[in-house]
Design a protein around this ligand. Structure first.
Ligand SMILES: [Zn+2]
Ligand SMILES: [Zn+2]
Length: 222
């Protein structure tokens, strides 16, 4: 069931993008701000306490590695995980670098989802706007539908696969905390970047600011 929901969040994003017009993308930014605040709150309220149950500096090192990994991935994805795509390709061939970096990101984020935290909801809310922005870009840049669908299909599979592996392979459990710490680093970078970019030029936007506060409050009471 969880696997299906994770897959569907990308499918929903694609369907929404089909009906979206350019000016409506503005409203997306409010939703994106909410998703960033929500993901950050789940990370801080639930994931951090999980990995620091027995405090150690090495956990901190893995968190920093996650942040570095995400910075590295964004050299290739150009920020698609946090809400914008810059891809300038004349050939409209399959964008491999974007694809691989997004897949690594999505694969990793499937690991810490469990019964003990609300990360499933956090990831679904995080994925929908990302999928909308990605699909919207592909459709408007004139990519072939077969390329768009192939890309999104495999991208949508990654988080369920990551979660499946973490649920079913005994060996993984030895590294559970370390992997979760890396993913925390990824989330910290992605979500704080969303928050940073949603107050571009340090301008105050009432709607985005409200979305951020609501995101934090909802995550707290979940
Ligand atoms: Zn960016
Ligand atoms: Zn993500």
């Amino acid at each position: 069931m969880n696997y299906l929901l994770l897959f569907l969040s990308v499918a929903i994003g694609y369907i929404v993008a089909l009906f979206l017009r350019k000016r409506e993308l503005k409203n997306m930014e409010v939703f994106l701000a909410f998703s960033g605040a929500f993901l950050l709150s789940i990370t801080v309220f639930e994931l951090l306490p999980e990995v620091f149950e027995t405090p150690s500096k090495s956990i901190g090192v893995f968190i920093m590695l996650g942040i570095l990994l995400q910075i590295f991935l964004e050299f290739f994805s150009k920020g698609a995980e946090h809400g914008h795509v810059h891809l300038h390709s004349e050939t409209k061939s399959f964008p491999w670098l974007l694809f691989i970096s997004l897949c690594i990101h999505a694969f990793m984020e499937g690991f810490p989802i469990s019964e003990e935290n609300n990360l499933l909801v956090g990831i679904i809310i995080h994925k929908i706007p990302v999928a909308i922005i990605l699909s919207f870009f592909f459709i408007n840049a004139g990519y072939k539908r077969s390329i768009t669908l192939t890309f999104l299909f495999f991208f949508a599979l990654m988080t369920p696969i990551g979660n499946f592996i973490s649920n079913n392979y005994e060996m993984i459990h030895h590294y559970e905390t370390q992997i979760e710490a890396v993913v925390i680093g990824i989330f910290l970078h992605v979500s704080t970047t969303i928050l940073f970019e949603s107050s571009k030029n340090h301008k105050f936007h009432l709607s985005k600011m409200s979305a951020v506060i609501i995101g934090i409050v909802v995550a707290y009471f979940l």
